[in-house]
Design a protein around this ligand. Structure first.
Ligand SMILES: [Zn+2]
Length: 69
């Protein structure tokens, strides 16, 4: 009946990575990208580059304060 639906004239692209959008994950291409966008919203950091694995290790090199007597 509706063959027109099979071909979408303008396929939008994922705002995260630019890949074609999957209907199941609209408006993203995958759940991963949806998660990424959600995270951005939740943490409110839309201007921070994607480096999130530093600053947690820096606190572990100091153990000399535990033995003060
Ligand atoms: Zn994507």
């Amino acid at each position: 009946m509706n063959e027109i639906d099979r071909k979408t004239p303008r396929a939008r692209s994922c705002p995260i990575c630019g890949k074609p959008v999957e209907p199941a994950f609209k408006p993203f291409c995958s759940k991963r990208c949806a998660d990424i966008d959600l995270n951005r919203w939740l943490s409110g950091v839309y201007a921070v580059p994607s480096k999130g694995e530093e600053a947690e290790d820096a606190d572990r090199s100091n153990e000399s304060e535990a033995s003060k007597e």
